[in-house]
Design a binder for this molecule. Sequence first.
Ligand code: C5P
Length: 229
Amino acid sequence: MQFSLIIPAAGSGTRLGKDVPKPYLVIAGKSILAHTLNRFLKIDSLNQIIVVTSDDYLKETSNILKAEVGRLPFHVVKGGNERQESVQNALNVVSGESDLIAVHDAVRPFVSKTTIENCLNRASLRRNDGAIVAVPSRDTIKKIDLDSMISHTPKRDEMWLAQTPQIFKKKVLMEAYRFAALNGVAGTDDASLVERIGGVVEIVEGDIQNFKITYPLDLQLAEMILSKK
Ligand code: C5P
């Protein structure tokens, strides 16, 4: 099955406290976005690449794609205020030839080839609408109310932390985003929108190295990992 890859890279990076948005920070000679792209360029069934970014970074993103991507078609699309809006904009240019759509955060440059392949294989099965990579929660998760009081403690062994890639049958993801837009549904990941239309989504166990570069400590860790290579 062929797949289109959507990389949302339009975040502002305020939690990192830098002027340059996270995907464009350079580590070991390449932008984080380029490191992330390279993880997927090793996968044979990749058909098309769509990177979503802010107005100010459209040109730079095209340059990164030209330098990194060989024969594959790619698009650079303008993002929105929320990640969901950014992915929505990318869906408009997905190729008719793709069977699956993979969404992967620009700021997860350490996803392994095995993880991508496991998720693709699982998402290709007829028994589901898609598959996402996740890891079991190491910490106990607390649900809190508005006064920061704990209202519920779910069992830890049932709690998983969602990562990306999140890969879906094309038709289902399109339908989920259409439904969300029409009904004002907001989700912080793609699977939650598919779940909302009753879709069946499987978990594929990933690893903690596929972390999302979010805080300054994450950036230091990323620099350590990449400089060792
Ligand atoms: O903000 P968060 O950590 O969820 O961002 C995950 C990914 O989504 C990042 O790669 C970020 O650049 C992207 N994003 C986006 N459009 C937004 C917000 C985040 O493409 N409006």
